[in-house]
Write a protein that binds this ligand. Structure first.
Ligand code: COA
Ligand code: AMP
Ligand code: ZN
Length: 436
């Protein structure tokens, strides 16, 4: 493998024994550091775990899982292991109706996050002479600043195009000689279709050769279609805000599983019902323990993402374990246009309108290569049939939903009794998106 400042053979090709020894040493210091977190100090005391009592990685199992609910309960800073004044940035999830989740970062965290992303970008063959365009949302979306700092650290010319305005994205690509783009898979299709409308052939009219795709589940077939359409190699990128953002696990050039950086994380796969470990090769919920975080280490964090560890070694020479592409979630979180949405967020907003009943249906579908959400909701008895008032109400519900979930739904108000009544637990979400 080619040496570079961003490919560290010492860390990337560690043997299993070396990875285990490094993880044990970093787990001990993480647990020691967690004693500064009001939340973890109490929790570690309750389960009787201290840094000194950790003799092997198996001792990790003595510590209870950390959940998203723990992050919400300790909102905003109660789980952090340093004081907010020692931090330089925070990222928060969307939502105004409940407690969002907040992730704090020190400067060291940001530096190491950027280094992890740079490592991933180098791994897929990008080099400082490449031009990297990022179509992620910036601000709180970690795909924005996460890729920005990683790509800059690697030395690439970066184009922080941000989300939306597809024609402008394409103009940037042709004018600036963009060679690599980060886009969510459904948006990659949109990019191609707008190029087609404009008579632009990505193979001859652009210098594109690499796409980084992630943030939402996609199939192998979808990846191959994207590669074919745009004439690129497309690499799967996995991350989440709780673990900083992108840079957690990434495909290498073998495109056969995502290497999860085990010098940064301890990986467990558990049965989401029993919470017992499942053997390598079997699907379960991904649980991660951070090993290098300063502001906000997380111990045994339940990601709710379903995947499996691919058995066997990768021909690329890296021994860091490989995750299979994500198979779904063990909770009801939806991902639309790269934005995470919980049905309860929608329900909470709808319930704030006295004109509405609690009977609603969310449909996710693909229209003209755009993923869209339709929210159908039944009107209550007292409702007027004044058309103007109906329109005004629809606009107001749409605006309030957009504020909450960050994407714009199509809202349809229906007469009472129009939606199917299901026995037992009502089916609230229908996902009929078509991605090939
Ligand atoms: N990335 C980039 N652009 C996107 C996108 C995405 N995930 N989803 C939609 N868009 C584009 C649309 O194509 C449209 O542009 P166009 O009409 O020029 O083609 C524009 O954004 C607005 O989309 P629309 O669907 O009308 O808006 P919305 O109000 O429902 O959604 C977004 C608003 C797109 C700004 C919001 O969904 C968003 O910020 N998504 C990006 C999330 C992200 O970056 N996630 C990655 C985290 S790692
Ligand atoms: P966020 O915290 O907004 O970055 O969202 C993180 C979530 O996005 C993860 O927990 C996954 O559910 C999803 N996600 C991120 N990357 C991928 C990917 N490559 N494939 C499938 N889902 C992904
Ligand atoms: Zn590999």
């Amino acid at each position: 493998m080619e040496y570079s400042p961003y490919f560290d053979p010492l860390l990337e090709t560690l043997s299993r024994e070396e990875i285990t020894a490094l993880q044990l040493q970093r787990l001990r210091s993480t647990v020691e550091h967690c004693m500064h977190s009001p939340f973890y100090a109490e929790r570690l005391k309750q389960c009787g775990v201290s840094a000194d009592s950790i003799k092997s990685l198996d001792d990790l199992k003595r510590i209870p899982f950390t959940t998203k609910q723990d992050l919400r309960n300790t909102y905003p800073f109660g789980i952090a292991s340093v004081k907010p004044e020692e931090c330089v940035r925070l990222h928060s999830s969307s939502g105004t109706t409940g407690n969002p989740t907040v992730i704090l970062h020190t400067q060291k965290d940001l530096n190491e996050w950027a280094a992890a992303v740079a490592r991933c970008l180098w791994m897929v063959g990008l080099r400082p002479y490449d031009v990297f365009q990022n179509s992620s949302g910036y601000g709180m979306f970690t795909g924005g600043l996460g890729f920005q700092y990683g790509a800059e650290k690697m030395g690439m010319l970066t184009v922080p195009a941000a989300a939306g305005n597809t024609k402008r994205q394409i103009k940037f690509m042709t004018d600036f000689g963009t060679t690599a783009v980060h886009a969510i898979p459904s948006y990659a299709t949109r990019l191609y279709e707008v190029m087609e409308e404009q008579g632009i052939d990505p193979r001859t009219d652009t210098r594109l050769h690499t796409l980084i795709i992630g943030a939402e589940p996609h199939s192998e077939e979808q990846r191959r279609r994207i590669e074919e359409m745009l004439g690129v190699k497309a690499y799967n990128s996995f991350g989440m805000s709780e673990m900083c953002g992108p840079g957690v696990a990434f495909e290498c050039r073998e495109q056969n599983g995502l290497h999860i950086w085990e010098d940064y994380y301890i990986v467990e796969i558990v049965d989401p019902e029993t919470l017992r470990p499942v053997p390598d090769g079997e699907v379960g919920e991904l649980v991660l323990t951070t090993l290098n975080r300063e502001a906000m280490p997380l111990l045994r964090y339940r990601t709710r993402d379903l995947t499996r560890i691919l058995p066997g070694e990768c021909p690329c020479g890296r021994h860091h374990k490989r995750l299979d592409r994500m198979k779904g979630r063990s909770d009801d979180m939806m991902i639309l246009k790269g934005v995470n949405i919980f049905p309860i967020q929608i329900e909470t907003i709808l319930l704030q309108f006295e004109e509405l009943t609690s009977n609603y249906l969310i449909t996710l579908e693909t229209r003209e290569s755009n993923d869209e959400m339709t929210v159908e909701v039944e009107l209550g008895q007292l409702f007027t049939d004044d058309y103007g008032r109906l329109q005004e109400l629809t606009r107001e519900i749409t605006r309030r939903l957009k504020d909450e979930i960050l994407v714009t739904p199509r809202v349809k108000l229906l007469p009472k009794g129009s939606l199917p009544q299901s026995e037992g637990k009502a089916v609230r979400v229908k996902d009929i998106r078509k991605h090939f």
